[in-house]
Design a protein around this ligand. Structure first.
Ligand code: SF4
Length: 694
């Protein structure tokens, strides 16, 4: 699995897979990476790691890496290798031509949660400063954008409220819509340690995930709800809290907006939100909901950890606000062991959001229409900036299909595989006149590209990643960029070719600019990171060594704001032709669209996506374990192997989306969160049939 050799020196850096942000010592022999050793002083992992960070780094030197820039006039033409200078000159000239012919807003770009904070900051700076619009979005759009909306609305900032270490002080842990064992393994181990010590556990998930029952951990309650009913269930939990007198009255009176609280309390107390009333909707027995609510509200410090099973729904933002409501009502924010915490999927999804990757926000989550904030960026960058929010990814694609959006820069993101309704995505890409992809590999999106700029892996650059607990970790260069330039240097070259000069000699200078322009990062510098190891934002004059727990004395927004969270069923409906619900997720050894892990030995553990199906549903269709089946939805159909499993509940099937050959997103719907357009990956009505294949 690991390249052999005796290490001669090492470099401390950060894993580029999930949002736990484990620190590693990259051990080198000459300029060759010999092995990745979990770093015992890493505050997020304390010397632990999982099979991705430890072993799956071989993709960085895989033969599929594209290391020379390429251009072509049409997507049917063969690629032509060119110099960096020619590639960025061509890209810039095409983007400017499109703007002359179709307007300033006809182009945009997508930042990556895989890249560093500094690179993400530069991409949004280039788009706002050189493109002259706010058409910048990030892959967080398709995962945690509802976290941004929901937590900012209720608490005042778009981030988890506590640090990983404080799970050791939790008395009750509520895991909802997340499978930490597979998705966030090192944090899952911390959580399990606390559970073995006696903390109580509530799991809300349609599947019987590992945490529900392991040899050492057993959930007190597994609320196996139907996909798409999170909000109904959370309202039912809140109903019990309010009607059984479990509200932390002093906390609410002192810290929250009382008018909003009263509106919310009246709403959840209505009989239609009682566990008995929603049992038929959620499928969860009312008695279990009542017991879980009592445990959450009165079992001591209670911490909520949630994942994409909450956000990737048409009511993703509503569900995030419903969790914040529940935590505020019970006094479970801003004290040790308590909080509301998104488990971020990608290494730097928190950082990408922090750095101003959304079309309506500058770094630090400040609206582009805020004159004072915008002026501070205009003064620093020397250009006027647009006060109008730009296009989100789905809007860019819609506009492209309509012929109004013609040019796109995509860094480290494979939207043709990862985004929902693949046919619509590829139709949008195919309609554009200039697609520029900066990536390690010729991915699915690159099939529609006109310019390809070689990307650099995390081993080839300096920078920082911010993990799910807001911890800013250093990424340190281990080897030279195979394509000649690190991603931040490539963006700088493109920006210069567009006539918007950038001149940074090192990513540390970009961080200095971020700190100057972003109050929550004001105290961050590479020198301080090197000195203390890592910092959790906010890090500024008031908190020079960072902030492990947020909202301690008061909420960031002032008074905590309860929101009425009416349950609205998804428009995706099961019926005679599509009687089952498909939900998707990921597995321990693979990572998202698999661009990296599929090019490592980890594929031995998981060489294909499979369909988990309950024995009842399998038997009904004459399907045996391991047989090839067809999975059909209103959007299309794919073929994959069945895995008959009692982890599923009847009526619900599950698959992963790691393999482009399976193409799970061919069949997902185009419904999305009402507030943020985060796709509803977690609910697709499907049918499963036996095929005649082997
Ligand atoms: Fe990397 Fe996440 Fe595994 Fe840590 S838990 S080694 S950050 S993939």
């Amino acid at each position: 699995v690991v390249a052999l050799g005796t290490p001669e020196h090492s470099v401390v850096t950060t894993c580029a897979y999930c949002g736990v942000g484990c620190s590693f010592k990259a051990e080198m022999k000459g300029d060759r990476l010999v092995r990745m050793v979990p770093y015992k002083d890493g505050k997020a992992n304390e010397g632990h790691s999982c099979v991705k960070g430890r072993f799956a780094f071989g993709y960085a030197t895989h033969k599929d890496r594209i290391t020379t820039p390429m251009i072509r006039a049409r997507i049917t033409d063969p690629w032509r290798e060119v110099s960096w200078e020619e590639a960025v000159r061509h890209a810039a000239s095409e983007l400017r031509r499109i703007q002359r012919e179709h307007g300033v807003d006809a182009i945009g770009g997508i930042t990556s949660s895989r890249c560093t904070n500094e690179e993400t900051f530069l991409v949004q700076k280039m788009i706002r400063g050189a493109f002259g619009n706010n058409n910048v979005d990030t892959c967080a759009r398709v995962c945690h954008s509802p976290t941004g909306y929901g937590l900012k609305t209720t608490l005042g900032t778009s981030a988890g409220t506590q640090d990983f270490a404080s799970v050791a002080e939790a008395d009750v842990i509520l895991v909802i819509g997340a499978n930490p064992t597979d998705g966030h393994p090192v944090f899952a181990s911390r959580m399990k340690r606390r559970l073995r010590e006696g903390a109580r556990l509530i799991v809300v998930d349609p599947r019987r995930i590992d945490l529900v029952r392991t040899p050492h951990v057993r959930a007190d309650h597994h609320l196996a709800l139907r996909p798409g009913t999170n909000v109904a269930l959370l309202n039912a939990l809140a109903h019990v809290v309010v009607t059984e007198g479990l509200v932390a009255e002093g906390y609410v009176r002192e810290r929250c907006d009382l008018d909003a609280f009263e509106d919310w309390a009246r709403f959840v107390a209505e009989a239609r939100n009682a566990p008995e009333a929603v049992e038929a909707v959620t499928g969860v027995p009312a008695r279990a909901v009542r017991e879980a609510a009592r445990l959450y509200a009165s079992g001591g410090a209670a911490a909520i950890y949630y994942g994409l099973g909450v956000t990737e729904h048409s009511q993703g933002s509503t569900a995030v606000m419903a969790m914040a409501n529940l935590a505020m009502a019970t006094g479970n924010i801003g004290r040790p062991g308590a909080g509301v915490n998104p488990l971020r999927g990608q290494n730097n999804v928190q950082g990408a959001c922090d750095m101003g990757s959304f079309p309506h926000e500058f770094s630090g989550y400040r609206h582009v229409a805020d004159d004072a904030v915008r002026e501070s960026f205009e003064t620093s960058w020397g250009v006027p900036l647009s006060p109008e929010p730009g296009l989100r990814i789905p809007n860019m694609l819609d506009e492209a299909v309509a012929g109004r959006f013609r040019g796109l820069f995509v860094q480290g993101e494979d939207i043709a595989q990862s985004d929902p309704d693949t046919k619509h995505v590829t139709a949008g890409l195919a309609a554009m006149e200039c697609v520029i992809v900066q990536d390690l590999f010729l991915n699915e999106t690159a099939k529609y590209a006109h310019v390809f700029l070689p990307g650099s892996s995390f081993l080839e650059k300096d920078g920082t990643f911010t993990n799910a607990e807001r911890r800013i970790n250093r990424v340190r260069r281990v080897m030279a960029p195979l394509g000649g330039l690190a991603d931040w240097e490539g963006v700088m070259a493109l920006s210069n070719a567009l006539g918007f000069p950038m001149d940074y000699r090192h990513p540390g200078e970009i961080m200095d600019e971020i700190a100057r322009l972003t109050p929550t990062f004001a105290g961050v510098s590479y020198a301080k990171l090197d000195e203390v190891g890592s910092l959790q934002w906010p890090c500024n004059e008031e908190a020079p060594l960072g902030t492990p727990t947020m909202h301690v004395d008061r909420f960031v927004r002032g008074k905590g704001r309860f929101m009425v969270t009416e349950f609205v069923p998804t428009e995706e409906r099961t019926g005679v032709n599509f009687p089952l619900i498909l939900t998707t997720g990921r597995i321990l050894s693979q990572y998202n669209v698999g661009a990296q892990t599929r090019r490592t030995e980890n594929s031995r553990w998981h060489a294909e996506d499979v369909l988990e199906i309950h024995p009842f549903d399998a038997e009904l269709r004459g399907i045996r374990d391991g047989e090839l089946v067809s999975l059909e939805s209103r959007s299309g159909d794919i073929a994959l192997r069945a895995h008959v499993s009692e982890r599923m509940q009847p009526g619900v099937v599950y698959t992963t989306f790691h393999h482009a050959s399976t193409g799970a997103n061919v069949i997902t719907t185009d419904y999305s969160d009402w507030a943020t357009n985060c796709p509803e990956y977690k609910v697709t009505a499907v049918q499963v049939r036996r095929t005649n294949g082997p």
